[in-house]
Ligand binder design. Structure first.
Ligand code: LCV
Length: 259
């Protein structure tokens, strides 16, 4: 069974997450397939991409594949981590990517949809930023993705509570673009895609890149970066990080000691 389904209708490309058994966990294999599909669209005349799951899913994506996370002593979200590569690919893809959401979105999958350009969700959709529940030290560019989608105060609440928020709240705080009833979701999304596809792809792709450059233009000194990396190492070298991963695999609540 293919991990994703890919189709194209004129200038609109669609990628469907298709690994429901693992709740579309963003495994290395699934991410590789996603990146390959985006590259193929890049080489074709696709002017807008819709990223979605199969109709009727309860979980759009459960986030990073926890079974692929290191159990300690190694950065779990380093530069070449599949999730990092996926986020960079989405952010630099020349055509706009619309994330069409139904079901719950977890952890790195929330960052993935926020790396898309437009997010349209059903009222039942939820979004959970999970690192604190797993004991994972999120990385700088990942936090920047969240900060570009919400105020620092909202990002802190999401990150510190690791509790799902509703689509309605996400829209109210500006994290997502539209909340649309399930029965209208596909039509609404495809109408927006058609509107975008009728505009100048060159103008759009340049504005997308300009906005990416401007959004990422936050000065971080080498000392500041090294300090952050040192802090992150304390986390991924900690008992709590190993405990979070182990507890997930053992299907039990984690016992965090703060060290
Ligand atoms: C691997 C999974 C996963 C999964 N990986 O179904 O944000 S960060 O920094 O933390 C980042 C590192 C990240 O994204 O980490 C992952 C964050 N995601 C989560 O913590 C969500 C974990 N999943 C769940 O809480 C539940 O699976 C939900 C609520 C999504 C669905 O619950 P439900 O009871 O419907 P199961 O839990 O039974 O999951 C079905 C199968 O999918 C696997 C899970 O282990 C199970 O596999 P087995 O049947 O082999 O036991 N699975 C679910 N999520 N992220 N595998």
């Amino acid at each position: 069974m293919e991990l994703i389904e890919v189709r194209q209708a004129g200038p609109v490309g669609t990628i469907v997450l298709n690994n429901g058994r693992k709740h579309n966990a963003l495994s290395h294999a699934l991410v590789t397939a996603l990146i390959g599909a985006l590259q193929a669209f890049r080489d074709s005349d696709v002017r807008v991409v819709i990223l979605r799951a199969q109709p009727g899913v309860k979980v759009w994506s459960a986030g990073h594949d926890v079974s692929e996370l290191p159990e300690g002593r190694r950065d779990p979200l380093g530069w070449d981590d599949p999730l990092r590569n996926l986020v960079r690919t989405l952010e630099t893809h020349p055509a706009p990517v619309i994330a069409m959401i139904e079901g719950s979105v977890w952890g790195g999958a929330v960052e993935t949809i926020l790396a898309c350009d437009i997010v349209i969700a059903t009222p039942e959709s939820t979004f959970a930023v999970i690192p604190a529940r797993l004991g994972v030290p999120y990385n700088l560019s990942g936090l920047m993705t969240f900060m570009s989608a919400g105020s620092v105060r909202i990002v802190k609440e999401l990150a510190f509570t690791a509790t799902p928020i509703s689509a309605e709240r996400a829209e109210r705080v500006g994290m997502i673009n539209h909340v649309v009833p399930l029965a209208e979701l596909e039509t609404f999304t495809h109408q927006m895609a058609a509107t975008i596809a009728a505009n100048s792809p060159l103008s759009i792709s340049v504005m997308k890149e300009q906005l990416r450059v401007l959004a990422g233009a936050k000065p971080v000194s080498p000392r500041g970066f090294e300090k952050v990396q040192g802090l992150r190492r304390v986390v991924y070298d900690s008992h709590d990080y190993a405990e979070g991963i182990r507890a997930f695999k053992d299907k039990r609540p984690p016992k965090y000691l703060g060290r």
